[in-house]
Design a protein around this ligand. Sequence first.
Ligand code: IMP
Length: 503
Amino acid sequence: MAIIIDDVSHTFHEFLLLPGLTKKEHVPGNVSLKTPIQRYKTAEGMKAALNAPFVSAAMQAVSGPELAIALARKGGIAFIFCSQSIESQAKMVKEVKEHKAGFVESDSNLPPTATLQDALNLRRKTGHSTIAITENGGRNTKLLGILTSKDFWEYKDDLSQTVQGFFTPREKLVMAEEGVSLQDATNLLWKHKKECLPIVDKQGNLKALVFRKDYFDHHSYPDELTDSRKRLFVGAALNTYDYMERASALVEAGVDVLCLDSSDGYTEWQAEAAKQLRKKFGSNIILGGGNIVSADAFRYLATEGEVDFVKVGIGGGSICITREQKGIGRGQASAVMDVARERDKFAKETGIYVPMCSDGGLNSDTQMIMALAMGADFVMMGKYFAMTEESPTAKISYRGRLYKPYWGEGSNRARNWQRYKQSEAAHLIFEEGVDAYVPYSGPLTDKVDVSLVKLRSTMCNVGSLTLKELHEKARITKVSEMTVVEGGTSTVEMLDRMQPNVD
Ligand code: IMP
């Protein structure tokens, strides 16, 4: 007979956190949200970490380069979706890595024979207003000067003229030689009150550009997650089919974190893929696995796959119909608690901590906070990010409100058959996700700020200054339906909800 688990599957809605002793040092400003994303020896402490415990789902409607840039700046990481060609996924990763290197490779270059119209066209195409004028119009060749949008007037100058005579020639530029530190380059910009500093090699070939605005940007995002070369962090998803070829292209493009993305990751395919990837890339890559919902699956991926982190969640996603279609899954709170217990047990036995991510079904700030309190090291969200300005879809207006499209990877629209292994056939036979709309919620930075302020505040209520302390100190109670009713507004009239008098 089947094993019947003698416990109901629970969701985050069914729990509340009790406040712990809040000491005077427990103020939001003292809270650190740094959280591990790579397995580590407990005796040695955290290795690679996020500065904020938020990651975005590997979905077509969620994680493109624009969102990845916005999220890395807030301290989290996006997983660029793998339901696209290897080339286009690697291109997206590259776009994030090139976004702000401190030292930026110039992507807008023209020869001196180009016209002002050519410059205008290039500006429109790249969106960049600084154009390097080089000997043959390529990068890495001799720099002749810099043309900016201030050097000519689009509606006044004759655009058929060449850029000669308009750009600032190299003799008048402040430049630095290759090898200069970012700090020294920034100091030069500051000293000479310049917007842009070209970096050239000994022969005068253009190697990179450093921008004043990037320095200011960096200061507006103190939690920005960057690699050792000051490039933004980015993640990408893999499937268990073309993973070797895909991972090679992604690593080449500069990806920081990879994650095997299956709707059910408790499989020999996933352990095998993880092993092969580790064999090829060694400890140079951070590799996650999932999704799973039970302690035994956690142990399997942690030992057989030696993954760096494990993603938890089946059937809880806002667009997900897996539970309805196949009768498989688990209440997200039960899954997170079960896996968190096993992770801690595993760490005690082996001295190795394998971080855990709660993925899907987090529809409010309180649910994210509950997932983290119950033991998640970070949370993955799809809908939350699909609603923001930076998600890859266009806004549409419906009855006076703005919406963004949001569809599941297992929907007919995404057709990510590699995630859903439904048969030997390489296509989706039945849908496991829907194609829907979500309300537009504005810029990601504002939304994440509010969520993180709430998280910090709750952590102080619990008496914790780190997520590890939150895991250890959280006291959580189950709630009755009436407690939920009591928690909303009650016995008062909200004027905006009152029916007008129609007499
Ligand atoms: P959300 O944050 O509740 O919108 O859930 C996002 C998560 O749902 C993703 O990270 C995936 O784990 C999962 N997911 C994405 N697409 C589908 C689908 O089509 N069916 C089931 N689950 C999905």
